[in-house]
Design a protein around this ligand. Structure first.
Ligand code: GLN
Length: 533
């Protein structure tokens, strides 16, 4: 049986439960234990696929095509192991399952209630991981903040599970905030005391407090927290604001979070965590010898979380190249035609981001035209690749009304179009082309050279596709399909001839970039940007 660790959050949201969970998992993994992390999200959407990025940040896609919370991206980037549909569940999905069972007659004669039916289903989901695979440790992050109405059934399920499997097999780590009051020049513990009380009301005594703080926690303050919150003194862990999220595992190591956890769970493990490659990465990240400025052209730029995996992939690729990557957000809607040269001319490379709908497309097309003509390195992802195809059709093939049918449903020249199997789809949730698909790369292409092999697999999340009716015309004019799906023939990668670096991909390479495996295309793009400097 796996041992369970739960991570709850108190006082405010955005304390970084995902990063703490991933950092703890990293330390345990580096000690040779097998660890997985899952996230329980208390909202009613069945998954975040139908959420606007402004609501909840990027939607992260797993190998098996689940549209999930962006914290799963952190789990993968830290642990370098893939997650799946089973690693993320929402209240919507829990209720959906219970209601389907009710309709099928599974509870005939009974009133279906939050306790026990919803809580049983939550427990089912929590223990699903160990039914599918062997894990020494399963870490479960409970989304939201303790005290939220929506979180209650999850806390109740946790209380029950803990009773059933025993405290020695189940640990609760509570992440809280210790605010600093400038006027009083003091760190304050009261909000933490209150949030622990809130947990106690749900029948849960936390075992470990991880305290987010801007300043070092003095010993007296740790003692006070331990006393008032009824935890061991060495179980009050300081989590100082970090320069980068990738420092957090080392900060937690210094605070002995891993040792405390192992001791409380009764796991004997005397190996020191092997963090050699992690530290090597940090060394390169913090001592860059060069610097590049990359424009990120997108329409959700107000919120960094909307492009989380892209930002992280740049960090990984920058470190390999010993290069600091300054990502300059450029709002596509604000790229009016006249402004493009002044906004883009000092950049060493441009990435045009994924996205949906018509808003901001004109700015993206202008930006692509500029980098194509001026031979500035270009990397287009999903919608970014589709825009490159539209721009090329309009301005090089001279098909002025060429477009994607997502933008102009009745265009006479749909160079990007829906596949037939998408045309009949009505439901919006979970119906895109999702998850991992194979792709074969053409020898001598930039992408082939970047990956160092022809057969790759990448994750998708889109409805529209390159329209192969136009392929010959594009290729003879210089935009070549260098990556195709071997079964369907769908175009997955396009590259421009006679350009130092012009690569558009229909898939989402950013989702597979990890600290230990930086994505080859991000790495080659940064290299090209460095050469362009
Ligand atoms: N909106 C485009 C499509 O659905 C691109 C999606 C994306 O960029 N993820 O095909």
């Amino acid at each position: 049986m796996a041992k369970h660790i739960f991570v709850t959050g108190g006082v405010t949201s955005s304390l970084g439960k995902g990063i703490i969970a991933a950092s703890l998992a990293k330390l345990l993994q580096a000690r040779g234990l097998s660890v997985t992390i899952q996230k329980l999200d208390p909202y009613i959407n069945v998954d975040p696929g139908t959420l606007n990025p402004y609501e909840h940040g990027e939607c992260y896609v797993t190998e098996d095509g689940a549209e999930t919370d962006l914290d799963l991206g952190h789990y993968e980037r830290f642990l370098n192991t893939p997650t799946s549909q089973a690693n993320n569940v929402t209240t919507g999905r829990i209720y959906q399952t219970v209601i389907e069972k009710e309709r099928a007659g599974a509870f005939l004669g009974k009133t279906v209630q939050v306790i026990p039916h919803i809580t049983d289903e939550i427990k089912n989901r929590i223990t699903l991981q160990e039914k599918n695979n062997h894990w020494d440790i399963v870490i479960t992050e409970i989304g939201g903040t303790v005290g939220d109405i929506e979180s209650l059934p999850y806390l109740e399920a946790l209380r029950q599970l803990r009773r059933e499997i025993g405290k020695e097999n189940c640990l609760v780590v509570h992440l809280t905030l210790i605010p600093y009051l400038k006027a009083a020049k003091e760190l304050k513990t009261k909000p933490t005391q209150h949030s622990v009380k809130e947990l106690l009301q749900a029948g849960i005594q936390p075992d470990i407090l991880v305290c987010r703080t801007e300043y070092h926690l003095p010993k007296e303050l740790k003692e006070k927290l331990a006393l008032f919150c009824n935890v061991d003194e060495n179980s009050v862990i300081e989590a100082l604001d970090a320069e980068t999220i990738y420092d957090v595992p080392l900060l937690m190591l210094k605070e002995k979070l891993d040792k405390t956890v192992l001791k409380k769970l009764g796991i004997k493990n005397n190996t020191e965590p092997d963090l050699t490659s992690w530290k090597e990465f940090l060394g390169k990240l913090k001592n860059p010898t060069h610097e590049v400025n990359i424009g990120l052209v997108g329409k959700y730029n107000e919120l960094q979380d909307a492009y989380k995996s892209i930002y992280e992939a740049f960090i990984h690729a920058g470190a390999v190249n010993e290069c600091k990557v300054n990502v300059v957000p450029i709002h596509s809607e604000k790229l009016e035609s006249g402004e493009v040269p002044s906004k883009l001319k000092n950049l060493d490379g441009i990435l045009v981001a994924p996205g949906f709908g018509e808003r901001g497309i004109a700015g993206k097309l202008e930006a692509i035209r500029f980098v194509r003509e001026n031979k500035i390195p270009f990397f287009g992802i999903c919608l970014g690749m589709q825009c490159a195809v539209v721009e090329f059709s309009k301005n090089v093939l001279n098909i002025k009304d060429a477009n994607s049918t997502e933008v102009e449903p009745n265009t006479p020249n749909p160079v990007i179009d829906l596949m037939d199997d998408q045309k009949t789809v009505i439901n919006k949730g979970g119906t895109m082309r999702l998850g991992a698909y194979a792709c074969k790369l053409a020898k001598n292409s930039i992408s082939y050279k970047s990956y160092g092999k022809a057969d790759i697999s990448e994750r998708h999340r889109h409805r529209y596709e390159f329209n192969n009716v136009y392929l010959d015309r594009m290729e003879s004019a210089g935009l070549v399909a260098t990556g195709k799906n071997p079964e369907s023939g769908l175009v997955e990668v396009v590259e421009l001839k006679d350009h130092p670096y012009f690569v558009g991909v229909q898939y989402h390479p950013e989702l597979k970039s990890t600290v230990e495996n930086p994505h080859p295309l991000f790495v080659s793009f940064i290299k090209a940007a460095l050469q362009n400097k």
